[in-house]
Design a protein. Structure first.
Length: 290
């Protein structure tokens, strides 16, 4: 009895901790949409009224439009590169069966553990040494590095979820490794590929620290938002822009997660149907008894 009460008390405190953590984490984020509809340039209570004028100021802003287009172009290119690299690295890690492939996979996932400031400074030194300098190409390379761990983790889990017998059957039927990868493994992994691309795009689109070190004369949207925070009158417009980004990011992240789970469930083992025959080791058909 005492152990049961102790467990219940521990579970209760854990629930309180989880609620407090979620409030601390998401309450500041929820305040941004709230103040974006406030009819005041100050983000303070009490609210002065409801308005959508701050959203109207987003249209016709040439600097904002340029930064948005720049972020979209960089995000698509970086997400494509990170997804292709993630597919290659994760597949070779699982099926390459070599220490080199395992080492490359571990290195590819390493940037997620390195602080963004260190990554940004390192990339800045590197691009200056090779003569690129701060530019859009440098940002794309930096975003590929930052988004690569996510794509590797997603694609590795997807390839690992595919039954090995499917690949072995294709090889036994005479297909080469490249044909098996292209005609069998890639189609089965398509939902995960789309999911990895969408999440990599979000990471690139929202990245600020790496862009801060690598941006040249063409700022991305996070840099534009940071530059506008110096002007108090621009704060409501920034919150309206932030609310729009939050909404789009939530939709893309939710769609990516749905696609990923749909891909995992597509190859999950299904329970046997009693109305269908099973095949014994001797190749004989055997029916389930009802």
């Amino acid at each position: 009895m005492s152990e049961g009460r102790h467990t219940q008390r521990g579970g209760g405190w854990l629930g309180v901790y989880v609620i407090a953590y979620l409030v601390f984490l998401y309450l500041p984020v929820l305040l941004i949409p709230l103040f974006s509809f406030n009819n005041s340039i100050q983000a303070a209570f009490p609210l002065q009224g409801f308005t959508v004028q701050w959203y109207a100021t987003l249209f016709g802003n040439s600097a904002l439009t340029s930064a948005l287009l720049n972020s979209l172009v960089i995000g698509v290119i970086a997400a494509t590169g990170a997804t292709l690299c993630g597919i290659t690295v994760s597949y070779m890690d699982l099926y390459g069966r070599s220490p080199l492939a395992a080492t490359i996979s571990a290195i590819a996932r390493l940037p997620i553990l390195i602080p963004g400031v260190i990554v940004g400074i390192s990339l800045l030194i590197l691009i200056n040494l090779i003569g690129l300098g701060p530019s859009r190409i440098a940002i794309v390379l930096g975003h590929i590095l930052v988004a690569l761990p996510t794509t590797v983790v997603i694609m590795r889990s997807r390839f690992a979820a595919i039954p090995k017998t499917i690949r072995e059957a294709a090889l036994d039927l005479g297909a080469s490794d490249w044909t098996t990868f292209r005609r069998v493994m890639l189609p089965l992994s398509l939902p995960a590929i789309v999911s990895a691309f969408m999440l990599a795009f979000l990471i690139s689109f929202d990245e600020f620290i790496v862009v801060f070190f690598l941006a040249g004369t063409e700022p991305t949207l996070p840099l534009y938002i940071w530059s506008q925070l110096r002007f108090p009158r621009s704060l409501p417009t920034v919150m309206a822009l932030g609310t729009s980004i939050l909404a789009v990011s939530f939709v893309i992240a939710a769609a990516a997660e749905i696609l990923r789970h749909r891909g995992l469930s597509a190859t999950a083992p299904r329970p046997a149907d009693p109305s269908q025959p099973n095949q014994t080791k001797r190749g004989e058909l055997q029916w389930h008894s009802t």
